[in-house]
Write a protein that binds this ligand. Sequence first.
Ligand SMILES: Cc1cc2nc3c(=O)[nH]c(=O)nc-3n(C[C@H](O)[C@H](O)[C@H](O)COP(=O)(O)OP(=O)(O)OC[C@H]3O[C@@H](n4cnc5c(N)ncnc54)[C@H](O)[C@@H]3O)c2cc1C
Length: 387
Amino acid sequence: MDQRLSVAIVGGGIGGLAAANAMMRRGLKVTVFEQAPELGEVGAGVMLTPNCIRLLQRMDLGAEIDRLGARITEGSSYRRRDGSVVGPIKTSDTAGQCGVYGMHRADLLTMLANRLPRDAVRTNHCCVGFSQDAQAARLSFANGETFEADVVIAADGIHSRLQREVVEPARPVFSGMVAYRGLVPADRLPQWRRDVHLIWMGEGKHFMVFPVRSGQLLNFVGFLPSDYAAEESWSGLGDAAALAQSFTGWEAPVEQILAKVEKPFWWGLFDREPLDHWTRGRLALLGDAAHAMLPHLGQGANQSVEDAVALAAMLARAQRSDVAQALVAYEQMRRPRAVKVQLGARANGRRYDSQYDDLAQRDAEIADAGTLRAWLYDYDVEKELGC
Ligand SMILES: Cc1cc2nc3c(=O)[nH]c(=O)nc-3n(C[C@H](O)[C@H](O)[C@H](O)COP(=O)(O)OP(=O)(O)OC[C@H]3O[C@@H](n4cnc5c(N)ncnc54)[C@H](O)[C@@H]3O)c2cc1C
């Protein structure tokens, strides 16, 4: 009989695939179940920050990130809508060892999936049921299949089906903002630098651009207030003309990039209040299922990778008989930091959208973003775990 712990991961997003990589590296037996017919069909740019980059480098993915991502360099800045600079954007950890990268979500998912054995990921598997007892946890899927494992990880995103098996379902909190995002081929904007992250801040809205896919594509996101809580979906089509109109009169590069946009996608910005618990018995939540957050610290993907690495280390030390304790240890370690990031993302959104009576105070905080970001970027989850 296979003595390894068997882990079923529900959700083949960034958190689920990162967890599968981290767990296989530690000798666990892993199967990922994804509802979609293909991995990574939808999405645009995600930022990978040093707290995550150092973990992916240890999985031997550094060269792939260099190849597929776009390293963000000096010259990145926070600006007012007229282009006046408020301060630099931090582009590495304090030691200067790990950088910040823009990456297309599809490239990141492909990179993570390519490291897994082919039969480790089962697409077209929408999880619809969960049960557990002293011996095992069981999953059932919409296609009629079932699966039994020692541990189940719910990495099934902001709409998590499995979250309700752990806590009372948490209602989504609408932030009052919607985001329009999309990609513009960089050769359509030859004057644009392909290695900088720029954020423009105006009253009640902000706009950002960063490169992905080794600088071939520029990823933009425009954040706007809205009474209408556009769906919590990543794939709604937005109106390019209305988007351009909302940023009329902003610094020329903002208007220039928006003039090239044909079909932006939009999504409503929701998060959840921090959950009281992340685990129940053999089941643990990970990534957005555990701590759905606003994107204003760029940490959704990065925190899910931290979760993944922590959980893999905890389970690698566990026996079949003490799986539940290992999951509680994971929650105790990860939850305080993730809650701090969840709440920090809300606060940073207020900075970017200039929701301050005293804008000089906002500017001072932004100009000191290096300090603000150090606790995020310098953190090494494996060092904290002593491994
Ligand atoms: C389609 C999509 C596009 C995104 N685009 C961007 C983007 O452009 N920029 C950005 O910064 N962030 C984006 N994100 C969010 C970002 O990927 C996450 O915030 C972050 O990576 C945390 O990842 P996660 O693994 O917890 O959740 P997700 O990345 O959301 O992954 C959850 C996965 O679980 C699957 N799933 C859900 N329910 C079930 C079920 N019942 N059974 C089986 N599988 C299930 C989903 O299909 C999905 O693949 C996107 C997320 C999604 C799902």
